[in-house]
Design a protein around this ligand. Structure first.
Ligand SMILES: NC(=O)C1=CN([C@@H]2O[C@H](COP(=O)(O)OP(=O)(O)OC[C@H]3O[C@@H](n4cnc5c(N)ncnc54)[C@H](O)[C@@H]3O)[C@@H](O)[C@H]2O)C=CC1
Ligand SMILES: O=C(CO)COP(=O)(O)O
Length: 320
């Protein structure tokens, strides 16, 4: 059985490489014709330097081979998911769709699996999430991820299909907790980067990560996710990784923001749009999400670092 991957960026390609190295046939679709031609010719992806694409990976800019697969990994950015699902809903019906993106859609205010369930109700929705840099996966370094699917039989099938000797998948049926953990940690990573970029130090970052985790727990609880999921790979695991590693684009974006430096606008930084979605969600639901709110304001240029810090530090003292 061939595994389909929509998205030929860093993550889609890295997953394809890991699966192909373990003997699976993989069909990658990418929309950029020139990038596909380059990947075919060089058997490499510029986003994963030094990694050779195994022969088991076929790459195409045409959608038909992708839709011939029963299981598709959707590794396109979170804000691109809705148009992709809307454009192709008829051809996606009946398939197992595994969201590999991390974010909240700005218009619908839903995470990727919830978006799939809304827009392609005849598909089985799942989420693949957790601490994993594409470069690490592609290099074959050990990685543990969460596969979340409301239907446990499908979750077990995916767990077998997508695990390799170096890519270890843990299973849950808590799709809400898993998708929110992945989305929220990106916002916290921006905030963690800001603390370092602004020269506030490692202690401030540790405080930020801890209070960020409390904020994640509040929202996940309110939206029906489980605390255990958030304490696992898809929440705490990915929060720790992304808030502390220079490999993270969200973290590096935050560092630049904190230091008042420019950042490459073409880099995928999921936490920026997600912070705006969460700021709106916080208002709609009446939940206190101070860090998400500050990150949204900072990324939109509605506040500066000094004012944002003052807003966080001048909140009333309370019990932990
Ligand atoms: N890079 C990483 O280490 C990891 C990334 N992810 C998630 O995977 C998702 C994708 O990220 P990356 O692959 O790293 O980003 P990337 O920037 O390397 O690649 C994104 C790809 O999506 C394509 N794309 C953009 N808009 C599209 C659209 N409307 N339709 C079809 N294709 C479109 C781009 O052409 C590009 O090939 C993100 O949500 C990210 O959070 C998750 C775990 C690890
Ligand atoms: O999700 C990731 C690691 O788990 C990748 O993080 P960035 O998108 O911040 O690079």
């Amino acid at each position: 059985m061939t595994i389909g991957i929509a998205g030929g960026g860093a993550f889609g390609t890295a997953l394809g490489v890991a699966l192909a190295r373990d003997g699976r046939d993989v069909q990658v679709w990418a929309r950029d014709v020139a990038a596909v031609a380059q990947m075919q010719a060089n058997r490499a992806n510029a986003r994963l330097p030094g990694v050779t694409l195994p022969d088991e990976i076929t790459i195409s800019a045409v959608l038909d081979p992708l839709f011939a697969c029963d299981t598709l990994l959707l590794a396109i950015p979170a804000q691109a998911l809705v148009p992709f699902l809307q454009d192709h809903s008829a051809r996606l019906a009946g398939k197992v769709l595994v969201a590999c993106c991390k974010g909240i859609d700005l218009q619908r205010m839903t995470g990727p699996a919830s978006t799939i369930r809304d827009l392609v109700p005849d598909a089985q929705a799942a989420v693949l999430t957790g601490p994993s840099f594409a470069a690490d996966i592609a290099r074959g370094l050990p990685t543990a991820l969460t596969i979340a699917c409301a239907d446990d039989a499908t979750g077990m099938m995916l767990q077998q299909m997508l695990s390799t000797p170096t890519l270890r998948l843990y299973r849950t049926t808590d799709i809400i907790g898993a998708e929110l953990g992945g989305a929220l940690k990106n916002v916290m990573a921006i905030a963690a980067g800001v603390t370092i970029g602004a020269g506030l130090g490692d202690s401030a970052r540790a405080a930020l990560i801890t209070r960020g985790f409390a904020e994640m727990q509040r929202l996940v609880g309110q939206l029906g996710g489980q605390a255990d999921t958030l304490r696992g790979l898809s929440g705490l695991g990915d929060l720790v990784l992304t808030c502390t590693s220079e490999q993270s684009r969200n973290y590096r974006f935050g560092v630049a923001l904190g230091a008042g430096q420019a950042f490459d606008a073409t880099t995928t930084v999921e936490g920026a749009a997600t912070a705006r979605a969460l700021q709106q969600l916080a208002l709609d639901l009446g939940i206190d999400l101070p860090i998400c709110t500050v990150v949204a304001d900072l990324t939109m240029g509605r506040t500066d670092v000094k004012t944002a810090l003052h807003a966080l530090l001048s909140r009333p003292l309370k019990e932990e």
